[in-house]
Structures are given as C-alpha cells and as structure tokens.
Ligand binder design. Structure first.
Ligand SMILES: CCCCCCC[C@@H](O)CC(=O)SCCNC(=O)CCNC(=O)[C@H](O)C(C)(C)COP(=O)(O)OP(=O)(O)OC[C@H]1O[C@@H](n2cnc3c(N)ncnc32)[C@H](O)[C@@H]1OP(=O)(O)O
Length: 731
C-alpha cells in the first residue's frame, strides 16, 4: 500500500460529530493530522433538546490522542457560526462533512407540516447553509472537499420516510451542482448513501445489525473523498459494513416517436413501451440530454436512427452542414462595433470610424468577424452532433480573419459555417470552425477561422493538431519596434456585446462564476479589436484598405476596465504583436500577427512636433503673420488667442498661434501661445488647411465633416473666419 493519506495542515468541519458516523469521521481525520471542528447540537434524534456533552466527549478523545479539535454546539441552521469556529480556532477551512440529521418517520398521510419542515431544515437547508458559509473561503484558496450525506431511502424510497427521503435526494442534486460550480476552483463535492448502525438507524434496524454495521466501516471512503488526492467529484457512493460501491444513473437508448412537426399520441408511447424501457445499449449519463434533444428537433423520425447509430466524431462533423446565414447591416452596426472595440471621440481619427458622413468613413477590418459570429450563433443553436458542450466552459481560444476586399460599409452578407476539426488539447477541446463570407454578388469578402476552447473537455482521444488550423507565429526575439497602450472601459463588455456576442459570460456575474471567473470577462474578440487597431494605427496610418489578415491566440482572460498594451514588431508586410494586461502583466494575446497588403508602405511614422519641412500650411501662416501685423482693421475685430494644430498622417506635425489679444494684437508665430491661454484651439490636417484658405473647402463643411476640429470658445472661430477671408484675398 502506498503512503498514508495525511491531512496535516487541513481543517475539517464535521456536523453531527458527537456520535455515530460523524464521530467516526472526526476521529479518523484527526488521527491523520487534520484539525477538526466537532459540531453537535446534542439534541435527541427527533430534533429536540440541546447539550454540549456529545461534542465535548469527542473533542476530549481527539485531544487525549494528541490531535487538534474544538467543539461547536450550534445548529447547522447557523452555518456561519460553524464555519466561524473553524476560522477563529484554526485560521482556515478545507473540508466540510455534512452529516448532522434527525428523523421524524411517519407514513405519508400522517406527516405534519412540522414533521416535513424540520427534516428539510436540518438535512437540506442545514447542509446548504453550512456549505454556503464555507464556499467563499474554499474558492479563495482554490481548494475544498465537501461531503453530502444522502441515503438509500432517498435514492430508492423507504416506507415511512417520505420527508427524509425527499431531503436526502435533494442533497444529491445539491452535491451534483456544487461539483460543477466548484470545478474551476478545485472544490470537490461527493455524496454518500451510507448504511451504518447509528442513532438514526436504531429505529429501523434490529439491534444486532446496528451493532454489526459499525460507523468505522463507512469512514475510510469518506476520508479518501476528503483527501487532496481524491480523483472524482459529483459522484455517489453506497457503502456500509466494509463494502464500498459507486452508484450511477443509467439511461435507456429510448425511442424517437415524433415525425416531422407532429405531436406524439399517448397510444404511440404505449405501443413503443418496450423500446422506451429497453436498456440494451444504454448509456451512463453524467449530464442531462438537452443537446441531444435539441439536435433531434431539427430531424424527423426517418432520420432518427442515424442519430443513434455509432458514428465517429469526424463523420458527425463532416455530415453537419448548416445552411448559409445572411447578415444585414448598415453603417450603424459598424459604428456600434467601433465603439465596442474602443474607438473614441478622444482620438484624432475618430470621425473616420464613428461618423458615417465623414468623407473617409471606414469599417474597421476586424468588423469582418461579426457576420461570421452571427452565423456561428445561428448554425450552432443545437450544438455539434455527437459532441455535447457545456456552455459555461466555452472560451474563445484563437481567431484568424482574412479580408479579400475592404469591408463594405453596409450590405447583406452570406456566411457558411463548417466544423473543421475537434482537437484534443488535454486540458480542453479546441473546436475549429471555418466561416466563408460572400457579398450579394457571391464574391468572397472574408474568411474566418474560430477556435473555441472547451475547458475540461479534452482527453477524448481526438487528434492534437489539424492541417486545416491557421497557426500562430512567435515574434522576433528583439525588443518591440513600437508599443501602444489603451485602457478599456469598465463597460467595454456591456458595449461590445451589442455587436452580437451575447454570451452571459461577459455580463452576468453568476454565469461567469459557473465558468470559474470571479467576475464577467471581456470578449476575446473585443481585445482583438483593440489590438488590431493598435497595429493599424502604428503601421498603416489607420488606412484600413491595407489590412489583409490577422491571427491571434487568447492566452489569458481580460477584465473590463483593464489596460491593454500591444507590443509590435515589423518584418516586411507582417506585423507580429502580443498584447499584455498592464495591471497584472499577463499576456492576453499571444502568437499574433497582422499581415498588411503587399506593397503597403508600412514604415512606422515618426512625425513629431516641429518636423515640419514639408508642411504647406507653414507658408500660409508666415504670409498671414506679415499681413495681420500690418492690418489694424483686422486686429480691431477680435480679441482672442487662437491655437492651431496642423496634423500630418493623423499626428500633430506643427502648431501655430494667432494672437489677436492686446498688447500682442496681430501676432502670428509658431508654437504654444506665449501670453495667456488659447481661447480657441483648431486642429486641421495640413492639406485641409490649404483647401480651407484657398476656399476649396468651406469652413462649415470642414467642421461638419470632422476635417476641422474646434475646442474652447468655438463661437470665436466664426470671427476668425472673417479675418481669414480678408487675408485670403491677398494670398
Ligand atoms: C458555440 C459558440 C461559440 C462562441 C465562441 C466564443 C464565445 C465568447 O463569448 C467567449 C469569449 O470571448 S471568452 C474570452 C476570451 N478568451 C479567454 O479569455 C481565454 C484565455 N485563455 C485561457 O484562459 C487559456 O489559454 C485556456 C483556458 C484556453 C487554456 O489554458 P490551459 O488549459 O492552461 O491550457 P495549456 O495547459 O496552456 O495548454 C494545453 C494545450 O492547449 C493549447 N492551448 C492553450 N491555450 C489555447 C488557446 N487559447 N487556444 C487554442 N489552444 C490553446 C496549448 O497549446 C496546449 O496544446 P498543445 O499541447 O497541443 O500545444
């Protein structure tokens, strides 16, 4: 036999540990090094009375053997107090054994409200309250072992115990659910249905049997289930007298009686009773059958035998060919998407993505995932045949997107989804989906490959890799050529989800908790949108026509509100990148690259303030400086300081000040205002400034289209317009 199962450093809480089974667990755990809270109310078996004696006796016995124990005399309905005793005395809690119980046996018609309620309260509600009090501590430390005590009376029914049986079966449901919710935090929960001689069984068993069925015969399995090496969760065990056995459900293969959309008649059920109850080729389910049923809903009776035939996963995937899905959109959807991936009116180029009337209005290339995602949602509503997926375990693992042309500003695009492969990644399954998108003329617009990672669904014997997979690529080993950081908003996921991915993982804390997250996480495709913007801004001057393709792996989750920092390396037309969460240093996007179109001038622009050799506006400002100085009629019109930012390729390239305030009235010079603050700041691209002063671009039009931006006292700008007009005549 390998080494002894030890519990040194662990703290166990055992309810109803003054006698019988609870006492056997407490002694066994303490003997193996655990510190034990021995809880016992000291009441009688019907729930009456109260005494500290039972718990004290067990504590003394443990201590006399050199073990660590403390007594607690509270009812399990005061779960917090029990857990508090563990925390106050031993500083932590690792193991919760819900064992306390009472009986009020009566045949069904004689059960009073009180008989019913007290049994539910002590067994079901008590186990709930004690476990709930311990749960946050177990989650925080990423470790917990929980035992629920059910009974064969619950599993199979027992005359005179309807109240007790109902509570005991309820505990099985509680345990099964906790095993799923606790999985991500290494919290294991199992159920036992023990048979032992105890105060409770005394009433239903002859004394010799009670004496023979010693609690010590049950304790070994419970001890193992509480150990850190316990290999299972959500399981049920029957045991007693040194016999140990797992019990599980069995589901008959069943019969599909529905034909098309017709309803099934009760007579058909009668006539097929044998099939419905035939356990040949049954399965041993650990989850409900909803995915399978959903698949059936899209099939008819004739097709049904195919569904139950044993086919390989690959065959199932290949035969799954959902029809194309049409996605209609306008600029509105493209703008909403741009907001969702962080385009803001605080950015110099925002009009291009947020204002549909802007001359160079563009759809962000990463919007190319949106019609494809819509198709995924529509094509997969019934799951993938033969591969049931728990929705709380789906994470976005990887994404590849290629555009064949700049994304149309509006349209009705048709996308077709195929499941390419399901890879066995050990800790999970990676499902690869290809989505082809075409426009109204059937011309290809985009290709997407989604890789969704289903955690805990690996080790099913599938392939580890696929020739179809678009692969990630590592960046060069030198320091990055450029970096860009941007803080996401705390509402980023709430905003992004309006573009189609309504997965509750990103908004609903209780759903996120089921997936093992402390709070909702950001959509992978949202961080993806941010990161690709960083690349396109840094290496393509935000010219979205230069985008060709992108590949990313989502390697760590991001929380809304965190800051994304993208590090970039340029190698010919490929920009390698990785994105980090600044707050914790985690790399959230790895192995990533953007491919720009052949021939794109991808050199990183290094335009800085003062680098103005080629600015055409400079000549105008210089001329203006000469003219304004000599025109007292102009300086009399207005008393204000104007500050001009002249941009080139989206970056401020130079600044000029027009100072029309006394005593500097009529001065025009380069740089920041020398006296006082600017009353009105104007930002305009060099070429637009030229068009403005030569009259090709009307000031109103420049403003409305976003080509000219104003801040401060913008009413002054109109007056300045008059001055410019006067000067313009001479230019
Ligand atoms: C039907 C509808 C579909 C809807 C789709 C999407 C819906 C969206 O709403 C969902 C989201 O947006 S979720 C948010 C974005 N994604 C994330 O936050 C996931 C972050 N990644 C992780 O946590 C881990 O990488 C994790 C947990 C994914 C993997 O971590 P580990 O289990 O620790 O794996 P590890 O031990 O590192 O590696 C094991 C093998 O898996 C491969 N692998 C790891 N991360 C991967 C990933 N992200 N994608 C693909 N493969 C990945 C490893 O390479 C390794 O395989 P191999 O041995 O073959 O190299």
């Amino acid at each position: 036999m390998a080494g002894q199962l030890r519990f040194d450093g662990r703290v166990a809480l055992v309810t109803g540990a003054g006698n019988g089974l609870g006492k056997a667990y407490a002694l066994a755990l303490a003997e193996r090094g655990a510190a034990v809270v021995v809880n016992d109310l000291g009441g009688d078996i019907k729930g009456g009375g109260k005494s500290s004696k039972a718990a004290d006796t067990v504590v003394s016995e443990i201590r006399s053997k050199g073990g660590k124990a403390v007594a607690n005399y509270d009812s399990v309905e005061e779960g917090e107090k029990l857990v508090q005793t563990a925390l106050e005395n031993f500083g932590r809690i690792d193991i919760v054994i819900n064992n306390a119980g009472i009986l009020r046996d009566k045949s069904f018609p004689r059960i009073s409200d009180d008989d019913w309620d007290i049994i539910q309260r002590v067994h079901l509600r008590g186990s709930f309250l004690v476990t709930r009090a311990a749960w946050p501590h177990l989650r925080k430390q990423n470790y917990g072992r929980i035992i629920m005590t059910s009974s064969t009376s619950g599993l199979y029914g027992n005359f005179g115990q309807a109240n007790y049986a109902a509570a005991k079966m309820g505990l099985l449901g509680l345990s099964n659910t906790l095993s799923k919710e606790g999985e991500k935090n290494n919290i294991i929960c199992n159920t036992i249905a023990p048979v032992a001689g105890s105060r409770l069984t005394q009433t239903v068993m002859p004394q010799e049997l009670v004496d023979a069925l010693k609690p010590e015969y049950v304790a070994p399995l419970v001890v193992y289930l509480c150990h850190e090496s316990c290999p299972v969760s959500g399981k049920l065990f029957e045991l007693g007298a040194g016999w140990f056995s797992q019990t599980r459900f069995e589901r008959a293969k069943g019969a599909l009686l529905r034909e098309g959309n017709d309803f099934v008649k009760p007579e058909e059920v009668r006539d097929n009773w044998e099939k419905i109850t035939d356990f040949t080729n049954s399965d041993k389910p650990t989850t409900g059958n909803t995915e399978f049923l959903a698949t059936l809903l899209s099939s008819s009776k004739e097709e049904a035998p195919k569904q139950t035939e044993k086919r390989s996963l690959k065959e199932n995937i290949q035969s799954f060919q959902p029809p194309p899905v049409t996605f209609k959109y306008t600029e509105r959807e493209a703008i909403l998407y741009a907001l969702g991936v962080g385009v803001s009116t605080q950015q110099p180029d925002y009009l291009k993505f947020l204002f549909e009337l802007s001359e160079d209005f563009s759809v962000l290339p990463t919007f190319g995932v949106i019609p494809a995602f819509d198709t995924m949602m529509n094509s997969l509503h019934s799951g993938i045949p033969g591969f049931p997926i728990d929705p709380t375990r789906i994470l976005h693992g990887e994404q590849y997107l290629e555009l064949y042309k700049p994304f149309p500003k509006s349209g009705a695009l048709k996308s077709t989804l195929r499941v390419v492969d399901i890879l066995d990644k050990g800790s999970g399954a990676l499902i690869l989906y290809n989505v082809q998108t075409v426009d109204e003329k059937n011309e290809p617009v985009a290709f997407n490959q989604f890789g969704t990672f289903v955690t805990k669904a690996g080790n099913f014997g599938g392939p580890k890799s696929s020739p179809e997979a678009r692969l990630t690529a590592d960046p060069p080993s030198r320091p990055p050529d450029a970096t860009m950081s941007e803080k996401t908003s705390v509402d980023q996921a709430a905003l992004y989800r309006l573009s189609g991915d309504r997965n509750p993982l990103h908004i609903d804390p209780s759903f996120a908790a089921m997936g093992g997250f402390a709070q909702p996480i950001l959509h992978g495709l949202c961080s993806f949108g941010f990161a690709v913007r960083h690349v396109m801004k840094t290496f393509a001057d935000n010219d979205m026509t230069k985008f060709k393709a992108v590949k990313v792996r989502f390697s760590k989750p991001v929380l809304p509100g965190q800051t994304l920092q993208t590090e970039m390396w340029k190698e010919a037309n490929r920009i390698f990148f990785r994105t980090k969460v600044v707050e914790n240093g985690n790399v959230c996007i790895s192995g990533a690259y953007v491919d720009l179109k052949e021939g794109s001038n991808t050199s990183q622009k290094t335009v800085t303030k003062g680098n103005n050799d080629s600015l055409q506006s400079d000549a105008i400002f210089e001329e203006m400086a000469r003219q304004i100085k000599s025109r007292s009629d102009l300086t009399a019109k207005i008393s204000a300081i104007f500050f001009w930012n002249i941009t080139k390729n989206g970056k401020v390239a130079n600044t000029w000040t027009i100072d029309m305030k006394s005593p500097k009235a009529g001065e025009v010079y380069q740089g920041q205002p020398r006296t006082g603050k600017a009353d009105c700041t104007i930002t305009i691209a060099d070429e637009n400034f030229m068009s403005l002063v030569t009259g090709k671009l009307a000031p109103q039009q420049a403003f409305l289209s976003g080509k000219l931006k104003l801040s401060g006292n913008i009413m002054l700008a109109q007056k300045l317009g008059e001055i410019l007009n006067a000067v313009q005549a001479k230019l």
